[in-house]
Design a protein around this ligand. Structure first.
Ligand code: FES
Ligand code: FES
Length: 163
């Protein structure tokens, strides 16, 4: 049996992989119980399974588990702290950007990676990242509002983006 070693949400984890093709999304959900990672299309199209791997947003349904050997992975479960939402999460609540919520963890992790790298990302950069995600409920307007509100919260310095 193959063994995968990686750090997930700040904890070193060892996972025994089944034979055959195993994707990172399956490791996170099925082996580690991190069901905040949502799998929609399973083919890299919808963005719902997005996590942050080595500082970059990736669609975990397209990453072979072996490629995550030694990696540092963050999922939505890592963002709130002591019951306090991360500013990006809080912004989604305040901007009413969540309906069914299936797409939300992926969107938030995508924005987390963007703002950690560039808190001053302009509107085009934000739109370019949101474009990698499909939401069937909201019409996107409030998601864009949430992204901008999150940016204001992060800029105000009340809470650091990277925890
Ligand atoms: S489930 Fe991974 S991109 Fe759609
Ligand atoms: S809130 Fe339902 S898919 Fe986006």
């Amino acid at each position: 049996m193959r063994v995968l070693n990686l750090t997930v949400n700040g904890v070193n984890r060892t996972v025994h992989l089944e034979e055959g093709r195993v994707m990172l999304s399956s490791v996170l959900r099925d082996s580690l119980g991190l069901t905040g990672v949502k799998v929609g299309c399973g083919t890299g199209q919808c963005g719902s399974c997005t996590v942050v791997m080595n500082g970059k947003a990736v669609t975990s349904c397209t990453v072979l588990a072996e490629k995550a050997e030694g990696a540092t992975v963050l999922t939505i479960e890592s963002l709130s702290e002591g019951g306090e939402l991360h500013p990006i999460q809080q912004a989604f609540v305040e901007a009413d950007a969540i309906q069914c919520g299936f797409c939300t963890p992926g969107l938030i992790m995508r924005l987390y990676a963007l703002f950690a790298e560039n808190p001053d990302a302009d509107e085009a950069a934000i739109a370019g990242e949101l474009d990698k995600h499909l939401c069937r409920c909201t019409g996107y307007e409030n998601i864009v509002k949430a992204a901008k509100l999150a940016q204001e919260k992060i800029r105000s310095g009340a809470v650091p983006v990277a925890r």
